[in-house]
Design a protein around this ligand. Structure first.
Ligand SMILES: Cc1cc2nc3c(=O)[nH]c(=O)nc-3n(C[C@H](O)[C@H](O)[C@H](O)COP(=O)(O)OP(=O)(O)OC[C@H]3O[C@@H](n4cnc5c(N)ncnc54)[C@H](O)[C@@H]3O)c2cc1C
Length: 399
């Protein structure tokens, strides 16, 4: 019997389990370990504060999505010993033949000085389910002043989400007749968007909508008393309501096992996705230090590659599939329109329509209603097709 252990039953872990189960036959045991039995649809968190999605619509029992025969162990992964091929989780010692690390990353609120005093008082967030739900009430009660959305540091999950939040917030207050009373600002540690062609369009739109963009402003400190945020060089921005996107870090278990960098991200071969130094360990998704956006879309493409490689490893064929850095990213520019961009390691933006060349429905690099409809439809696709192992039929198109 071959034992495959998948650490983390989030987006990457569950998609991988389904794709792998389709490819292997016979004596292969697939077991997932997660601290939670609920699966979260995190791309929905950005929409919860505006009442577009409910909390219930963004979480479901993970067992509903596992392939037949796969096991789920509930427990905290504490440590990995890759030399001995052992994982300590939930107080148990588990052995494996093949290991996949899919423990994602987490918002590290403790990394911003003063945020502990401000959080859920003058500062809020939408990067946790709890935070997104609470922010909904807070936005409804906010009638005037400056709302500052502040990204502390990169990398974060879904770099487009804070920008989407700012655009949605502007429209939310405008629709409620508070467009003049509420001022919106977005601070970012680097540029507004990493692709200059896209950044230009989004910056022009922000200007048109009166959203102030402040780039090169890493967030070092939140002063709850005076309601100010500070950068490391001492620049200050006053706020009335702060929506903070904290720095992110990999799982503690990776740090404790000495398998990651200082931020707890696992180093992997960027094409094959094996963890550095260990041929029988793969890692995918947000847990890795791959030079791609931390997004469900990239975890999805990576899960396809890991499933193929693991199946070939188990069969002993020596054939390797390669991940090319494919990523898609949505930016909601209003309650009715969105932009979608796609790119890969070559760093060239995909062009035209996707996934079908003439029909789309996605219009790449454009702000359209069709993109917005596709974004809303993608939650259904996630729960019913993608999480269950269906592929997104587009992996290229770079010019
Ligand atoms: C606000 C927000 C908006 C987003 N918007 C989008 C979007 O529009 N498009 C997009 O593509 N992506 C978006 N994302 C990002 C996307 O959700 C993640 O990139 C994706 O879920 C990554 O998948 P993963 O499997 O690597 O990690 P996750 O899905 O986070 O799964 C990790 C799993 O590991 C478990 N785990 C971690 N550590 C341990 C441990 N020590 N022991 C046991 N279990 C553990 C966790 O409980 C979790 O279930 C968004 C994320 C957020 C927060």
């Amino acid at each position: 019997m071959v034992n495959v252990l998948i650490l983390g039953a989030g987006t990457g872990g569950v998609i991988l389990a389904n794709k792998l189960a389709e490819r292997v036959e016979g004596d292969v045991n697939i077991t997932l370990i997660d601290r939670s039995t609920r699966h979260l649809y995190q791309p929905g968190f950005t929409l919860i504060p505006f009442g577009m999605y409910s909390v219930q619509g963004c979480t479901k029992p993970v067992v509903n999505f596992l392939p037949k025969g796969a096991g789920l162990l509930r427990g905290e992964v504490e440590r990995i010993n890759p030399e001995k091929m052992v994982v300590i989780a939930g107080g148990r010692k588990l052995t494996y033949d093949w290991l996949v690390i899919a423990t994602g990353c987490r918002p590290a609120f403790e990394e911003v000085t003063g945020l502990d005093r401000a959080l859920y008082r003058s500062a809020h967030e939408f990067y946790t389910l709890r935070g997104a739900r609470k922010l909904r009430q807070v936005l409804h009660g906010f009638t005037s002043g400056r709302l500052v959305v502040s990204i502390a540091d990169m990398p974060i999950k879904c770099p487009g989400a804070p920008l989407s939040f700012a655009f949605l917030a502007e429209e939310f207050f405008r629709r409620r007749g508070l467009g003049r009373e509420v001022e919106i600002m977005l601070t970012t540690p680097s540029e507004v968007f990493s692709k200059p062609e896209v950044a230009k369009t989004l910056e022009a739109l922000a200007e048109e909508r009166g959203i102030e963009l402040v780039s090169e402003f890493p967030l070092a400190e939140v002063d709850h008393g005076s309601k100010r945020i500070r950068s490391p060089s001492g620049e200050e921005v006053p706020y009335d309501l702060l929506v903070v996107v904290p720095p992110h870090m990999g799982s503690e278990a990776i740090i404790n096992s000495g398998m990651g960098d200082a931020m707890g991200y696992v180093g992997v071969d960027k094409h094959i996705l094996t963890a550095a130094d260990f041929e029988n360990v793969y890692a995918l998704g947000d847990a890795t230090n791959l030079p791609v956006s931390k997004a469900a879309s990239s975890a999805h493409f990576q899960a396809e590659v890991v499933a193929r490689n693991l199946a070939e490893d188990i069969a002993g064929s020596g054939i390797k599939a390669r991940y090319g850095g494919e990523t898609f990213c949505f930016i909601l520019t209003s309650f009715t329109e969105a932009m979608v961009v796609g790119f890969d390691y070559e760093n060239k933006l995909y062009q035209g329509k996707a996934p079908l060349p003439l029909l789309g429905p996605l219009s790449l690099n454009k702000i359209t209603r069709g993109n917005h409809i596709a974004k809303l439809l993608s939650r259904w696709l996630y729960w019913h097709l993608w999480l269950r192992g269906e592929s997104f039929p587009y992996t290229g198109g770079a010019e």
